[in-house]
Design a protein. Sequence first.
Length: 259
Amino acid sequence: MKQPVFDAHMHLVDPAFPLVENEGYLPDPFTVADYRKRTDELHIAGGAVVSGSFQAFDQGYLIEALKQLGPTFVGVTQIPGATSDEKILELHEAGVRAVRFNVFRGGSASLGELDRLARRAHDLAGWHAELYIDAQKIDDDLARTVTALPAVSIDHLGLTADGLPNLLRLVERGVKVKATGFGRIKMDPATTIRAIMSVDPTALMVGTDLPSTRAGRPFRDEDFQTIQQTLETEGFTPNQVAAVFWGNAADFYLSVARQ
């Protein structure tokens, strides 16, 4: 993989900052130094640090990580619905660019707050919303809420093959999708990638999901090769392949410059 990659989904675990057990689970440390060492040969040139359920609403680790990583990395945070406008703007200045709703494991703002909080964060700071959810669980009411929001992405290809029809309906309405977490999804990633690209080639973004907490297997460098080979076999142009690995995510995350 010689082209630059925007890692649209990765986690960092710094034991210097608070961690909260989720379903009895606490992750091992995975610091900025660990991440850089693990991805040294992947040509990562930017990315999104995503808050996990085990980090609850702590922002300290995220702010520190973004300082270390530099301006082509952004944060995706979890915040309670009562977070003040001032706090959202403070996080924006630190490099946060999205609010995450962890529906699959909990630990973030409740689903009932999704519309209000997502719209407020977008109106204040241009943030988009990210959902960690089994796409099979996206009913008509949630689909209407999600597609009415200004900007949304779905984690890990929507997790299950049974959720693909729901996922594609969201893609038709402009929702972005992360090709990440191949060790945790219940589907053939190549089939799902082909389906998404057939609907909207600008929707797909790649990521490592490192350190792959609780996944059936951790990220492998070959996962990126699977994505690239799938796109090339389907006849997508070099520019379209490059967009999946960099441009789509860079446009989504870096369109609002860091302060």
